[in-house]
Design a protein around this ligand. Sequence first.
Ligand SMILES: Cc1ncc(C[n+]2csc(CCOP(=O)(O)OP(=O)(O)O)c2C)c(N)n1
Ligand SMILES: [Mg+2]
Length: 404
Amino acid sequence: MTDEANQELRPDVVVRAHEADGAHRRPPADLDQLCINTIRTLAMDAVQQANSGHPGTPMGLAPLAYVLWTRHLKHNPGDPSWPNRDRFVLSAGHASMLLYALLHLTGYDLSLDEIKRFRQWGSKTPGHPERGLTPGVEVTTGPLGQGIANAIGMAIAERMLAERFNRPRCDVMDHHTYVFASDGDMMEGVASEASSLAGMLGLGKLIVFYDDNHITIEGSTELTFREKVTDRFRAYGWHVLRVADGNDLEEIERAIDEARAETERPTLVAVRTHIAYGSPNKQDTAAAHGSPLGEEEVRATKRNLGWPYEEPFTIPKEALAVFRRAVERGAAAQRDWAQTLYSYASANPELAAELQRVLTGELPAGWADALPSFEAGEKMATRSASGAALNALAKAVPELVGGI
Ligand SMILES: Cc1ncc(C[n+]2csc(CCOP(=O)(O)OP(=O)(O)O)c2C)c(N)n1
Ligand SMILES: [Mg+2]
């Protein structure tokens, strides 16, 4: 066994050690920390440069994001539209710099210059993430509660596609939906309603991480939000886990493994994090929620975290190499999937064509022929008319989701 911790932090050494031996699949601990601090410092620096934004939440969530994105998330930075990618939704959209840092570091088409233009007019890095503007952003978020509700819709879509199209030994649709949600997300009614439905449907491939940082915009959650979130999700029928220390990578790892092993229920992982982790004067305070830390505090935080670089926006090469492994791994995963799809299409050509139609969002030919017609003047509750129309459409358009 080699002692990885004593190896020089060279990307080629780390990558080879990682690849060569299953027992050494992880970068050494100090390289993990360097990667995590790279996320934290990018967030601090971008918010400082913009002189607005939310630095604290990306800093608290950085270890969880690092473990999830480098060890578990199935995604291809080279093709953000790959249909069988895992979905990642940052419901707490105010923490957008966390997502932009991850997208840049793992190799999406989002340059460091765009990170430096955080919150500037015309940039790809607006204050809150916008789908369609920034490659890799799955859902526009910012209005709290909405991201988690959208993600539940995505998990429903995965389940419907998998049940309809997968065939034995040929899973063309098989991916997880991961969400980061904050206290504010948990306060919103839309999140509760959607989560209740997710529990009822038993969406086993949905994993929501609750950023339990005890802080909201106005101060401590003690002021406004004392409910037992975990008990509420248990009541919805969710599988509920806790990570007591959001900086403990092994504890995070175990929780993710346990969440993925649960296939019958969605999982909520309440992760105790610390907003603005590492900031000597702003950690665990609402001051780190919606304003820059300040030049002096940024310097003090970097010192405190053991960050050796003076220059803002520094990305150490060895850290970048760890994140960028996503490019090769993602391309390989998508190639494997394309192979599966090829075999699937040979064995099931009609189903494959139908899957293609659904994925491209086209309606089936003649879909409107199924609609009922009603006589003018006929007395009928609009609810019943709507129900009749939806039921007719559901036969012609099986991917339709709706209700009255
Ligand atoms: C529906 C909605 N109401 C209000 C806001 C304004 N807002 C932005 S963040 C926030 C709360 C912040 O607390 P938390 O969600 O715990 O985030 P943290 O400070 O821990 O990052 C609020 C009220 C919003 N974005 N969406
Ligand atoms: Mg909070």
